[in-house]
Design a protein around this ligand. Structure first.
Ligand SMILES: [Zn+2]
Length: 483
């Protein structure tokens, strides 16, 4: 499933012709009969060229024809067309291919390298999670070829193919249910990828975590027989001499009941997604390996299962984290930051990274603040912030910075403990998550990406069918090359 490019027309089941919204329909490369058909549809306003609008033209009967089906795909007004619109329109390639039972697609390039992004979007939207279906239906999309190259097309096509593969890997992991991927199984997945990417892996189990005084991650996992674990994977490919590594940290809650502060019906059903941060980190590792990224990157993931039961932590319990700070657990559902706290402190101490980027489905408050399309960024370093936000625009993965407002941040302090894991009086929950994590970095620049709203979609949206999204792989992988 590669994105291919070609300067000349190629044979395919389906040809997709992108068209801008204009007064006069302008299509080329069609047979006379198809052109007539398209012009009639346009004249009758059946097809107007609005963004994402599609029109499937009748099939060729001639078996020697280059295409079995031709479809017009609207791009909207040419003056408004940009990367975001290209992806929105391109994602429709999946549904047109599926409706016309096409496994090979050619799409003509509208301008610059947008055709490659459209092919990428088409693939992203063609993803189906069929692992638990006894009968798999439909025609699988096998290839998309962008016709009409510019000089960057083939390089971009390779890069976006690798991105797509990493995103599908992450989606598969996140979508796999918690009875199949518990903490131990998650460790096995990490081991497998470490082997594939020729990276060194270290796994700390419960006993070792106890010995090392990692009271924060242990507290979260103590209600489950399985786990917790802390996994670090070291990716090293001819790094520059004397350069410190970059750390990418992921939250891997294989299931989150909320603990004794139990999540209600309507919120608990999709909590297998609470491992999305860790799965995204692994997706980034896969991408870096496949693209031959040169550098030194530490991947650290905290893995646990937040269950209820006689062993589980109670609201009001006070524990001691790896860095010696005590935490009062004011809410057992604010467990992600506790897993990350020890993971960050341990990684910081062991590897002295230059930067830490953490990925997690940390707060539901991120949905209230930014909805389900925009990832929240909390950062302790201006340069790092700029690198993340600039990359977010370049790859069209919307990200917005929330402030580390000091008057809020100081409310993470407790009265009978050093810290509170949840500060009820401050309703800016996403900011408080970032403020808490900052306590464990020992001053190392931190960019914390809260994908509580963006890691998962119930209904699906352009590029992201329902389920795990795989966002932030591209964002982080491209950001680190700027640091
Ligand atoms: Zn939780």
């Amino acid at each position: 499933m590669h994105i291919k490019t070609s300067a000349k027309a190629v044979k395919a089941d389906l040809l997709v012709l992108p068209v801008y919204k204009t007064k006069k329909l302008n299509v080329s490369g069609l047979t006379k009969s198809h052109e007539l058909e398209a012009q009639q549809a346009f004249a009758r306003k059946i097809f107007k060229g609005d963004i994402g609008e599609t029109l499937i033209l009748h099939n060729h009967k001639d078996s020697k024809a280059l295409y079995k089906t031709v479809a017009l795909l609207g791009l909207g007004e040419e003056k408004d067309f940009n990367l975001h619109k290209a992806k929105e329109a391109g994602s429709k390639i999946a549904s047109v291919a599926s409706a016309s039972k096409s496994s090979t697609v050619a799409v003509s390039n509208p301008k610059q390298d947008y055709g490659v992004w459209m092919a990428f979007a088409g693939y992203l939207n063609s993803y189906k999670f069929t692992r638990y279906l006894s009968k798999k239906e439909g025609v699988a999309l096998n290839s998309i070829t962008v016709v009409g190259e510019n000089k960057n097309s083939s390089k971009l096509a390779k890069d976006l193919t690798n991105t797509k593969n990493a995103m599908f890997y992450t989606r598969d992991l996140v979508n796999t249910t918690s009875n199949e991927i518990g903490p131990k199984a998650m460790v096995e997945k990490a081991k497998k990828l470490a082997k594939q990417t020729k990276s060194r892996i270290t796994v700390l189990n419960r006993k070792q975590l106890e010995k090392m005084g990692m009271g924060s991650i242990l507290a979260v996992g103590q209600g489950s027989k399985d786990g917790p674990y802390m996994v670090t994977i070291e990716y090293k490919n001819s790094p520059e001499k004397g350069q410190k590594p970059i750390a990418i940290i992921g939250k891997g809650l294989t299931f989150d009941t909320g603990g004794i502060n139990l999540k209600p019906t309507g919120h608990i059903e999709t909590m297998k997604q609470d491992k999305a941060g860790a799965c995204t980190a692994l997706g980034i590792l896969k991408y870096l390996h496949e693209t031959g990224y040169k550098g030194h990157v530490i991947f650290a993931i905290g893995i646990a299962e937040n269950l209820i039961g006689s062993g589980a932590i109670r609201p009001g319990d006070i524990i001691k984290a790896y860095n010696g700070k005590t935490i009062e657990i004011t809410n057992t559902d604010a467990e992600g930051r506790m897993v990350l706290a020890d993971t960050i402190a341990y990684t910081q101490k062991k590897y002295s990274p230059s930067h830490i980027i953490s990925l997690s489905t940390l707060t539901g408050a991120a949905i209230i603040a930014l909805g389900s399309d925009i990832t929240a960024l909390l950062s302790t370093d201006k340069k790092l912030t700029l690198a993340v936000l600039e990359t977010a625009e370049e790859v069209d993965e919307p990200t917005w910075e929330l402030p580390m407002y000091e008057d809020y941040c100081k409310k993470t302090k407790g009265t009978v403990s050093d810290l509170l894991n949840f500060s009820k009086s401050i309703r800016a929950g996403t900011i408080m998550g970032g403020a808490f994590l900052r306590e464990f970095t020992s001053g190392t620049p931190l960019a914390h990406l809260d994908m509580g709203g963006t890691g998962w979609t119930d209904e699906g949206k352009p590029c992201y069918p329902s389920g795990a999204t795989g966002v932030n792989i591209m964002l982080v992988a491209k950001t680190i090359s700027k640091l």
